[in-house]
Design a protein around this ligand. Structure first.
Ligand SMILES: [Zn+2]
Length: 241
């Protein structure tokens, strides 16, 4: 966990500013960046995002998920340390081989840089990810080139294989709806959760800086240098005419 940089408010604002203009996959990569460089696999990226979330917000994370059956919003809480314990410390991104129905697929595990930037449906997402990670494909006839669509069983098998080979790449929870009682699998996106927290932090910081700059003429640097206690005291004074 010590690989991650220690982030203070100033650094978090800089991270927010770098991530703000990026589409979600690139934003996830930016948020998961650390001094070791980019994560080697999607699972490693998610692990870093969860570790950072744990450092910034503590062990419990409250989440909301809409029930796909009746639309009621279910609230639930996840324990970040327990979630992290269930993920492997290290995943070897070495080349992998998968054989399905006479097809032999050689590929590398997807890295954050392989994530499609465009919004795609699930099958389109899996297909594009596979196209970026395939090293070699042999059809049942032995030809090395695939023309046309990927065979659906191969796509499905590849997706399943990824879940086993890089368990942190896809995270989700089994939830039960408090209104209709039916169960569903709710996917969890650590980058979206962290981004939501970071956006709230940035908005609050900028509002504080704005209020104190107006009242006292202080610069952003001067406001950020205040201790939380002094900042709150001045914010209260600033509200009094
Ligand atoms: Zn429901």
């Amino acid at each position: 966990m010590n690989r991650l940089p220690r982030l203070d408010e100033r650094e978090l604002l800089a991270l927010w500013e770098r991530a703000l203009p990026l589409p979600p996959p690139l934003r996830a990569r930016e948020l998961a960046w650390c001094e070791d460089g980019p994560a080697a696999t999607l699972g490693e990226m998610n692990r870093r995002l969860l570790e950072l979330q744990l450092r910034l917000t503590g062990p419990r994370l409250a989440l909301l998920a809409p029930c796909p059956h009746c639309g009621e919003t279910a609230s639930f809480e996840i324990e970040l340390p327990r979630l992290l314990q269930g993920l492997p410390e290290f995943v070897d991104p070495a080349e992998q081989v998968l054989s399905v129905d006479g097809w032999t697929l050689r590929f590398r595990l997807p890295a954050p840089a392989d994530l499609p930037e465009a919004a795609l449906d699930e099958q389109g997402f899996v297909r594009q990810l596979l196209e970026r990670c395939v090293v070699d494909l042999q059809s049942p006839q032995g030809a090395g080139v695939l023309d046309g669509a990927w065979p659906a069983p191969l796509l499905a098998a590849w997706s399943e294989h990824l879940e086993a080979a890089d368990p942190g790449a896809e995270i989700g929870f089994e939830l039960a709806c408090p209104a209709c009682g039916r169960a569903w699998h709710a996917p969890f996106d650590p980058a979206a959760a962290l981004w939501s927290w970071l956006q709230t932090l940035a908005e609050r910081s900028l509002l504080d800086i704005d209020a104190l700059a107006r009242r006292y003429g202080w610069s952003e640097d001067q406001v950020l240098a205040l201790t939380p206690t002094r900042r709150n005291a001045y914010l209260q004074l600033a509200q009094v005419d």
